[in-house]
Design a protein around this ligand. Structure first.
Ligand SMILES: Cc1cc2nc3c(=O)[nH]c(=O)nc-3n(C[C@H](O)[C@H](O)[C@H](O)COP(=O)(O)OP(=O)(O)OC[C@H]3O[C@@H](n4cnc5c(N)ncnc54)[C@H](O)[C@@H]3O)c2cc1C
Length: 509
């Protein structure tokens, strides 16, 4: 079949309605509209959902898959469905039915002693944070820049937060998934009936399958364990600010050993702000560099970071960092504010919420207040070497490419001990179809540039996934062919999220 044809869709709508109830099947309206790319603009792009279904239980997910298999319709899985900047909940395959798990939002367990939570896909960062506070559980979570998303959706997408467990994908431990044929499978220790260790010990016996269900279309994840860190005695959070373009080279040279040694904790984020009067008026409408500067942090380079733990250790880490940075950058400004480990939104300054593990919407609210309600962005996120030279090269390429296409392109970099994940936002007015097109073309050009460096994005907008997947072409695309073999074996018709991350079954669909 070539897609979800109208007859099949009509039948599917009836079947899903009798299975899940009319309220769980959306074909239009305000809530339905949340499941398109929020920044696609007024012109329909070719990544539209035909229907949205919202099961509430694992049984309902399995039953929905049975219907999809019978009618041979394509589904597209999302949890909260707020993958903004990468297409939201829009499917790769036009006309797919979005299988949205927002209503499966139970926190099944929080284990304060072992430091984990077992959650369903609809649980948001806000929801888990509130539960920890309401029950005064001394555990701390890592949050991304927006708190309204799903923890599981974000982690399956390889998303990042910024404190100690900020590599969210690695913070998952043990998954429950429904395969395309409806089989219910638990990974790792979870495959032992009544295991006490499902969310505590990552591996079982034999190969670990967890990563197969991340950035893929091999299953619908219905539960996951999430590791949480003990609430620290104190959290000291703030920034390092440098004024000169080339400061980035010694800055990264000083940070790398500290991250590798574990002195610097979590995922420090470096943001580059375009400086100088000559560039202030670049841009169009409200989307000018001058306005952008009001949103970004001060300085040419600004690192957001935090220290967590016992007060004496945090203070030691602080002085080691200060010594290391000032040895190479005497004029760098290091600013830290120290809060009690249990300090909440009333005690912490809003600019410190993210590093302090408090979910919020401050960044999106700020962007909309400066650029207007039609603010749109597309994230371009190549993984690059953890060197100052690579950072400068990215910054220059981003400025040149974004400028050529008439959109703004600030540069962010998330620091792992041995790599950086760029988080560059192409910003544009989503009410203008020409700007939407320009942003996609700019993203394509940046992907091509990254390919020349031997690099690729860690995640991508749904419109560009095949182009990214083709970058991983070693030995006649051996990796992509392996993914297709697995897809063919477990979902030959492509019922589940066909095309997600460039993974298709061989059979033409
Ligand atoms: C201003 C701004 C700032 C942002 N900052 C960050 C940031 O700091 N860090 C970050 O990581 N992102 C960031 N994002 C991007 C994005 O908004 C978040 O990653 C968001 O959490 C993703 O949406 P979600 O959690 O609702 O995931 P979803 O949209 O539900 O899921 C994302 C993808 O995961 C897969 N998936 C989801 N659920 C399942 C499932 N149950 N089974 C199988 N596959 C599944 C699907 O491929 C889906 O498309 C930002 C976006 C904006 C607009």
């Amino acid at each position: 079949m070539t897609g979800n044809d109208l007859g099949a869709l009509y039948a599917a709508r009836e079947r899903f309605t009798s299975l899940l109830g009319a309220g769980a099947v959306l074909a239009d309206g305000v809530i339905f509209d949340e499941f398109r790319d929020p920044f696609e603009g007024p012109e329909a792009q070719s990544h539209r959902a035909a229907l949205v279904i919202q099961p509430e239980t694992v049984d309902q997910v399995q039953a929905a898959l049975a219907v999809a298999n019978e009618l041979k319709v394509h589904l597209w899985t999302s949890s909260m469905g707020r993958n903004y900047g990468y297409g939201g909940s829009a499917p790769v395959k036009n006309g797919a039915i979005v299988l949205n798990l927002r209503r499966m939002n139970r926190i099944l367990e929080i284990n304060a002693q072992q430091g984990y939570a077992l959650i369903e896909p609809g649980v948001s960062f806000h929801q888990l944070y509130q539960a920890l506070r309401d029950e005064k559980i001394p555990l701390m979570m890592s949050v991304p820049d927006l708190g309204w998303g799903s923890i599981i959706g974000n982690a399956l997408e390889h998303g990042y937060g910024y404190n100690i467990l900020g590599d969210h994908s690695s913070a998952l431990c043990g998954l429950e998934t429904v395969l395309a044929d409806g089989t219910l499978l638990r990974t790792g220790q979870g495959a032992i009936p009544n295991s006490p260790l499902w969310s505590c010990h990552r591996r079982g016996f034999g190969p670990s399958l967890d990563d197969l269900f991340k950035q893929s279309n091999f299953g619908v994840v219905t539960k996951a364990g999430l590791w949480l860190m003990p609430q620290p005695e104190v959290k000291a959070v703030g920034t390092i600010l440098c004024q000169q373009e080339h400061d980035i080279v010694p800055l990264i040279e000083a940070m790398r050993p500290l991250l590798q040694e574990g002195i610097l904790q979590g995922i420090p984020m470096i943001v580059g702000t375009p400086v100088g009067d000559d560039v202030a008026n670049i841009g169009q409408g409200r989307f000018t560099v001058a306005n952008l500067r009001t949103v970004l942090r001060p300085g040419r380079w600004n690192v957001r970071f935090g220290f967590y733990g016992r007060a004496d250790m945090v203070s030691q880490r602080q002085s080691i960092l200060q010594k290391a940075i000032h040895a190479v950058l005497p004029n760098a400004e290091i600013e830290l504010r120290t809060y009690a480990g249990d300090a909440g939104p009333d005690e912490v300054e809003p600019r410190d919420y993210i590093s302090a593990g408090i979910p919020n919407q401050v960044l999106l609210d700020r962007l909309r207040s400066v650029f207007g309600e039609t603010f749109g962005h597309m994230d371009v996120s190549p993984v690059i070497p953890f060197t100052g030279e690579a950072a400068l090269r990215l910054d220059q390429a981003m400025r040149e490419i974004a400028g050529r296409h008439g959109v703004l392109g600030p540069v962010g970099m998330l620091c792992n001990p041995r790599s950086m994940v760029a988080a560059c936002m192409l910003m544009f007015d989503a009410s203008d179809p020409d700007q939407v097109k320009a942003a996609r073309n700019a993203a394509r050009d940046l992907y091509a540039q990254a390919r020349d460096w031997g690099c690729a994005p860690y995640r991508s907008h749904v419109a560009l996934v095949d182009e990214v997947a083709e970058t991983f072409s070693f030995n006649d695309d051996a990796l992509g062919r392996m993914y297709s073999k697995i897809k063919n074996a477990i979902d030959p018709v492509g019922i589940l999220s066909p095309g997600n991350h460039g993974i298709w079954p061989d059979r033409s669909i």
